[in-house]
Design a binder for this molecule. Structure first.
Ligand SMILES: Cc1ncc(COP(=O)(O)O)c(C=O)c1O
Length: 397
């Protein structure tokens, strides 16, 4: 009954953990969750007020399918000022979240059989979106010893005559790794030489910590800009996950194709949310830096706590709000309840049932041997949660 394209999509391993965490919470258990994929802060007031004003002024009707002119102009100004790359409004498509932007791009570009290179660990939706469009995800493995970053040689080796697109995500979900300017320039050189398109998902760009900078790959040269689909959104930077506004800048033919697809699927993203996003991109929002500073302190708290746990090794993430510790040192050990730990999914299930801490298995991100913990949660929960994990691990045989 179900079409192959839907039947082939993988069921999210993270959903099983979330469902179990929810069940335990309902039963009254004090579960601490490190599963969050969104800031634990409220949307700044200036942004909320802009949406309220839009509603009061009757800005509640359809807009152009690809978004309002004011928001496209704000996006162009943002790209020019913050990322050093110039686009015209016709190259901008406003969509229902960055996830939707990425889906539109893959729909516009990928034919059945086309290969899409995705570094692993990856954000869960990339491979499934590629498969939904009939494409073939091709993974490049990385590990914590290389800070989860690919080399130009690895990229070169993965490219075949069928390669259409490379997906770059810096800062990364789930690892928090960030590519430097020199590293990006070296990757761009390969992409330009081989004429492979790059989708650069920069949704975590504002969450970058001391000693690191965000560099937009499209700003490196006109040649790489001509191959780049630049994806960003308001969700993570402005604590606006529920508003569902993402945006892309792309070469004109790609932007036009994405706009057509959107016009026949969702039409415009929600009108008041577009006006709220105009405020986010054009008004001073001091909360952005406040949130970044808070995440920065929590990051250190969590990484230091994790590295004190025997068998756990965690690199300091350079951006986003996730840690991605290597937990393979715990595999083969036996719990007090007599279970031998096999893999990250089982470890997360045990941590939830026995230590009441919810983490996400690395296998869901294409990286067995790791788990993901979000620090978009309070410092006291971080301290208590890491302490619980530490105690539970200490009892392993
Ligand atoms: C790497 C990455 N890209 C895109 C998205 C989607 O963002 P949005 O909420 O704007 O759809 C997320 C959300 O978790 C993400 O982690």
């Amino acid at each position: 009954m179900i079409a192959n394209r839907a039947a082939d999509v993988t069921d999210s391993i993270t959903m099983a953990i979330s469902a179990l965490a929810m069940k335990l919470k309902k039963e009254g258990q004090d579960v601490l969750s490190f599963g969050a994929g969104e800031p634990d802060f409220d949307t700044p007031d200036v942004i909320k007020q802009a949406a309220i004003k839009a509603i009061e002024q009757g800005k509640t009707k359809y807009t152009a399918a690809t978004g309002i002119a004011e928001l496209k102009e704000a996006v162009c100004a943002k790209f020019l000022k913050e990322n050093g790359v110039g686009y015209s409004p016709a190259q901008i498509v406003i969509s229902c979240g960055a996830k939707h932007s990425i889906f539109n791009a893959i729909m516009a570009l990928i034919n059945p059989g086309d290969e899409v290179i995705i570094p692993a660990p990856y954000w869960v939706s990339y491979p499934d979106q590629v498969q939904l469009c009939g494409g073939k995800p091709v993974f490049i493995e990385t590990d914590d010893r290389s800070a989860f970053k690919i080399t130009p040689q690895q990229l070169r080796d993965a490219i075949t005559p069928k390669t259409k697109l490379f997906i770059l995500n810096s800062p990364s979900n789930p690892t928090g790794s960030v590519y430097s300017r020199a590293e990006l320039a070296a990757l761009a050189e390969v992409l330009v030489e081989k004429q492979v398109l790059v989708l650069s998902d920069e949704i975590y760009e504002k969450l970058i910590y001391a000693g690191h900078e965000h560099v937009c790959i499209a700003a490196l040269s006109e040649e790489i800009k001509a191959l780049t689909i630049l994806v960003n959104g308001v969700a993570k930077a402005y604590a606006m996950t529920g508003w569902r506004i993402g945006y892309t800048a792309a070469p004109p033919a790609i932007a036009t194709a994405m706009g057509m697809i959107q016009s026949h699927s969702t039409s415009n993203p929600t009108t008041p949310a577009q006006w709220a996003s105009v405020a986010a991109l054009t008004q001073p929002i001091p909360e952005v830096e406040m949130m970044r500073c808070e995440f920065e302190s929590r990051r250190v708290l969590m990484v230091e706590g994790l590295n004190q746990i025997p068998g756990v090794r965690c690199v300091m993430p350079a951006g986003a709000f996730y840690t991605f510790p290597n937990v393979s040192g715990l595999f083969g050990k036996t719990t007090l309840s007599g279970v031998v730990i096999r893999d990250s999914a089982q470890l997360c299930e045990l941590l939830l049932k026995e230590a009441l801490v919810a983490c996400v298995p690395g296998s869901g991100f294409g990286a067995e041997g790791y788990i993901r913990l979000s620090y978009a949660t309070s410092r006291s929960d971080i301290q208590r949660g890491i302490e619980r994990i530490h105690q539970w691990v200490s009892a392993l045989q």
